[in-house]
Design a protein around this ligand. Structure first.
Ligand code: ATP
Length: 423
């Protein structure tokens, strides 16, 4: 049986991954979890999300088929007891896929991918659930069925790319208090091969622990179960109530769609090729904005929390060829990464004569040397020094979105063979 859950938490507490962890423990008497439980991040631009738009799903091999109804009741009761129903934005959904049907695969795989890349309606989830007679339970406005079905779909059809996150949870008595984690041990653990985003070196910050009142103590992200477990073993902290190693679509860029600017819609995420068509400027709040064109134009922004990444963006000039990666909201792309493919190394300037720049004689009239009277029809192209180089740049870990693939994951072959020696 595949069990998917979503939308159980509120900003004041709880977390769907914690509910998943509790359920996994409770269900052990009725069966075994097949493979890894999945932590799936859905479209990061959905306005209904509490924090990171997470949903959870796992496959349970039942010890006895007769446990089916007991298990469903247990899952529903656990959600009823733990979800924050008082929050108007909490609309839990639970999905139970009990039977594998070949004909459901395409529709469900496409629904799951759309939940990551697009904006869905509740009725789309309900129609699929009814079409394939998939047992489910939706609460309140039933929006959680979208995430619950999408996450179950990834268990059914598999994730095309994945990473791992070991999430450690706090004892209940500590919820809402400051987290007690030994900082030195975190910096040490952060050096574990094939793990990332435990700390932000550039901004000297620990980033693997939230500051919200939810049950999560910290999460360690990495490319293998061994890697995240090894990093975990080095961390000294307050007692861990429980932990789970989730397989996840985090850090895979699954949300990004290659597109042209004319195809861009708000609340979706893209990879776009283009040319810088208006120079970067810093606006109030420290955000850096420039315009990209591929025939059509789009505003791109490196927001203040992206810190040093803004210096790269500030160094862009008109004519630079780039590929941008990020989400579009209110007509502006929020940059997650940029590949600077080629820099415009030339600038048109007034010609040089007698040790000085010639003066313009008016629009279209050419240029004249004030000293010797020589004239020149046009400006000349001069090579200029650039403050940035071509290459691939990303926001720092403190500003990284869950789905964004860090550059370290693009350099896999050399890194993988190096890390293989660790484990
Ligand atoms: P947390 O990360 O703390 O678990 P959250 O950020 O995951 O919280 P939810 O409380 O799960 O946020 O709320 C997100 C809601 O949006 C859910 O009801 C989910 O079903 C729905 N949703 C997710 N993806 C989409 C989508 N692509 N289109 C429409 N609705 C979506």
């Amino acid at each position: 049986m595949i069990i998917g859950i979503d939308d159980t938490d509120s900003k004041e507490g709880m977390c769907t991954t914690y509910l998943g962890a509790v359920l996994i423990e409770k269900l052990k008497r009725y069966g075994t979890i097949e493979g890894y439980p999945l932590l799936v991040r859905l479209n990061p631009n959905i306005k209904y999300k509490t924090r990171g738009n997470a949903a959870v799903a796992f496959q349970l091999e039942l010890k006895n088929i007769e446990y089916t109804e007991v298990i469903k009741r247990l899952v529903i009761e656990t959600v009823e007891n733990m979800a924050i129903f008082s929050d108007e934005n909490t609309n839990p959904g639970i999905v139970f896929i009990e039977e594998y049907q070949e004909e459901m695969m395409n529709d469900i795989a496409s629904f799951s991918l759309r939940a990551v890349q697009d904006v869905l309606e509740i009725h789309e989830a309900e129609e699929l659930l009814d079409l394939f007679h998939i047992s489910h339970k939706g609460f309140k406005n039933r929006r959680g069925l979208i995430g619950a079905l999408a996450a179950s779909g990834f268990v059914l059809c598999g994730l095309p790319d994945f990473t791992y996150e070991l999430i450690a949870y706090r004892e209940k008595k500590s919820w809402g208090t400051a987290r007690d984690i030994d900082e030195d041990s975190v910096w040490h653990a952060a050096s574990t091969c094939d793990t990332w985003d435990t700390v932000d070196h550039e901004n000297r910050r620990i980033v693997f622990a939230p500051h919200s009142p939810d049950p999560i103590l910290f999460g360690i992200r990495g490319g293998s179960e061994n890697a995240v477990r090894l990093a975990f073993s080095w961390i000294n902290s307050e007692p861990v109530e429980r932990y789970v190693v989730y397989r996840t679509n985090q850090n895979t860029d699954m949300h990004l769609v290659q597109a042209k600017i004319t195809e861009v819609k708000d609340d979706r995420s893209y990879v776009l090729d283009g040319i810088v068509s208006s120079p970067p400027g810093t606006i109030e709040g420290g955000h850096v904005i420039f315009e990209l064109t591929d025939g059509m134009s789009l505003e791109c922004a490196a927001f203040e929390p992206t810190k040093g990444f803004r210096d790269i963006i500030r160094g862009l000039r008109n004519g630079d060829r780039v590929t941008v990666y990020g989400s579009v909201k209110d007509g502006t792309m929020n940059l997650e990464k940029i590949r600077i493919k080629s820099l415009n190394q030339y600038e048109s300037r007034n010609p040089f004569c007698c040790g000085k720049r010639m003066k313009s004689m008016g629009r279209g009239q050419g240029y004249r040397c004030e000293k010797c009277g020589a004239v020149h029809k046009e400006q000349v192209k001069e090579m200029i020094q650039r403050s940035i180089s071509s290459g691939f740049y990303e926001v720092p870990p403190s500003a990284r979105r869950h789905l964004a693939k860090p550059l370290v994951r693009f350099r896999t072959t050399a890194a993988a063979s190096f890390c293989a020696r660790w484990f």
